[in-house]
Write a protein that binds this ligand. Structure first.
Ligand SMILES: [Zn+2]
Length: 261
């Protein structure tokens, strides 16, 4: 009989978790921390930004980059902020010149904040490889950041790595039809790979279909470690070191509220 506890689990950083903002976040984060998973909370609209900032943990603040409503200019990151985002390009549901112009405008606004504050960015990209590369090349940022929940191919990954970005893999890598992404998971260099959940979306196998939780990042990390032929402990150590570097958190994402590990 041996209860699972953080003391025998390698530390993992879930680099992309959206807060629910409905009073359930603290229990979810405490559960993760008790299992050796620390979290970067990611906003993107007003409600999520508020919930992320209120958690007292490292968080990213962004504006809704794909919404059609005008943006009122409010962007007031507080001292806990460690990134801007998520931001980016997605032409899955809509595409064409108008969509591209809207998303490029939002991208410019958010990257201006990142530039002014010297913060890394969290980038979403889906069916938008060329526009994303073009925008990142033109952004002239003092820090890079991460391409989150990457779903592209090795050729796209290579170009992003050349620009200095880290690449984060979500539970999608465990899905049955994700062979191309598993090739990417094997290809990524040791010093440029991160893991995430994208909670509440994309729960990994064997939790697929449930609402995702940061504690489930361990399933994704285990799957990738296996693909790369390394022990989970070694893979956890390198992704944690990468997250610390990407988001410049030498404290290893500790928060004042965190349980003792
Ligand atoms: Zn997200």
């Amino acid at each position: 009989m041996c209860a699972t506890s953080a003391s025998n689990l390698p530390l993992l950083i879930d680099t992309h978790c959206h807060p629910a903002g409905d009073g359930t976040d603290e229990a979810m984060l405490a559960e993760a921390e008790a299992l050796g998973v620390r979290v970067l909370l990611v906003g993107g609209n007003a409600a999520m930004n508020r919930a992320a900032a209120a958690s007292g943990r490292c968080f990213a603040q962004g504006i809704d980059w794909s919404a059609e409503e005008p943006w009122d200019g409010t962007f007031e990151p507080d001292s806990g902020i460690c990134a801007v985002g998520e931001l980016g390009f997605d032409f899955h549901y809509a595409s064409g010149p108008e969509t591209e112009t809207l998303q490029r405008t939002r991208f410019a606004v958010q990257t201006a904040v990142a530039r002014a504050r010297g913060l890394p960015i969290i980038v979403h990209t889906r069916e938008a490889d060329d526009v994303t590369l073009d925008a990142l090349r033109g952004a002239d940022l003092p820090a890079t950041g991460v391409i989150h929940s990457f779903t592209g191919d090795i050729s796209f990954a290579r170009k992003l790595l050349d620009l200095g970005y880290w690449i984060s893999l979500s539970g999608i890598v465990t899905f049955r039809n994700a062979d191309r992404l598993r090739e990417v998971a094997k290809f990524l260099p040791d010093d440029r790979i991160l893991v995430e959940t994208d909670t509440p979306y994309l729960a990994p196998v064997p939790m697929r279909g449930r609402p995702n939780r940061p504690a489930y990042v361990r399933h994704t990390a285990e799957a990738i470690a296996k693909l790369r032929g390394v022990p989970l402990e070694a893979f956890a150590a390198l992704t944690t070191a990468n997250a610390t570097r990407c988001f410049r958190r030498p404290d290893g994402f500790k928060s004042g509220m965190e349980v003792r590990l």
